[in-house]
Design a protein around this ligand. Structure first.
Ligand code: HEC
Length: 199
C-alpha cells in the first residue's frame, strides 16, 4: 500500500500495545520485520469461509440438496472446472475473457482500457483480455460480476460464462442448478479482529 517495510516496523514500534502483543506472541525477536510478516500470514490463514460444499466434501451428504448436487455435477461436466478448480474453485491461472466466443462483441458496448485486463500490466499482446480466474468462494456476494460488473445476477454470470468460455448454451434449468451450487459456496465471514491501539 505504498508503504515500506522499515517504516511499517517503525510505526508499529511506536505503539506500546503492539510491542507488548508481539513480545507475547514471539518471545524470539518480538516486534521485528520477520515476525510482522509471519503475523500477517498467520492472520490471513484464518480468513476462511467454510461452506456447505466443504461440509459435503468432508462426507456430510446432507449438506447439499438435490439441486445443489446436480449443479455441482453440471459445473464439472460442462467444463467450468477447467478454469475454476482447486481448493478455492479458481485463482490458479489467467484466462481470456471470451476464450471461445467474443465476449466484448456480445456485450455490445465499446471496449474500454479496463477490458484489456492483464495486458495493462504486462504490455504483451497475447495477454489482452486475460483476467485472473476468480475464486468462486463467496461468489454469491461479489456481484455485480466480471471485471466490468456487467452481469447483474448470478444466473446471468453463469449463462455468459458457459457461452463465451465454453461455447455452450445452457437451458434455464441448468443455469439455475449451477447457480444453486455456487450459492452453496458461501460461508460465514470471520468477524474483524480488534486492533491494538495505534500510536
Ligand atoms: C476458460 C476459463 C474459464 C471457464 C471454462 C469458466 N470460467 Fe468463469 N471465469 C473465468 C474468468 C477469466 C473470469 C473473470 C472474467 C472477468 O472478470 O471478466 C471468470 C468469472 C466467473 C464468474 C464471476 C466471478 C466474479 O466474482 O465476478 C463466475 C460466476 C464464473 N466465472 C462462473 C463460471 C461457470 C459457472 C463456468 C462454467 C459454466 C465458468 N465460470 C467457466 C474463466 C473461466
Amino acid at each position: 500500500m505504498g508503504n515500506t517495510w522499515p517504516n511499517v516496523v517503525t510505526t508499529l514500534t511506536r505503539s506500546p500495545d503492539y510491542v507488548a502483543a508481539f513480545r507475547e506472541s514471539y518471545p524470539t525477536g518480538g516486534l521485528s520485520l520477520e515476525n510482522v510478516c509471519d503475523a500477517i500470514a498467520t492472520y490471513e490463514e484464518t480468513l476462511v469461509t467454510p461452506s456447505p460444499v466443504d461440509r459435503f466434501l468432508r462426507g456430510d451428504d446432507l449438506a447439499l440438496n438435490d439441486e445443489q448436487r446436480e449443479g455441482a455435477r453440471l459445473f464439472e461436466s460442462v467444463g467450468c472446472t477447467t478454469c475454476h478448480n482447486g481448493i478455492n474453485v479458481g485463482g490458479n491461472s489467467f484466462q481470456k475473457m471470451g476464450a471461445v466466443r467474443d465476449y466484448f462483441a456480445l456485450r455490445g458496448t465499446p471496449v474500454t482500457t479496463a477490458d484489456a485486463g492483464r495486458f495493462n500490466f504486462t504490455h504483451r499482446e497475447p495477454d489482452r483480455h486475460f483476467f485472473k480466474v476468480p475464486t468462486l468462494r463467496q461468489v454469491a456476494e461479489t456481484g455485480p460480476w466480471f471485471h466490468d460488473g456487467h452481469a447483474t445476477t448470478l444466473e446471468d454470470a453463469v449463462r455468459t460464462m458457459a457461452a463465451v468460455q465454453l461455447g455452450r448454451d445452457l437451458d434455464a434449468a441448468q443455469v439455475q442448478r449451477i447457480a444453486a451450487f455456487l450459492r452453496a459456496l458461501t460461508g460465514p465471514v470471520p468477524a474483524a479482529a480488534a486492533l491494538p491501539g495505534a500510536a
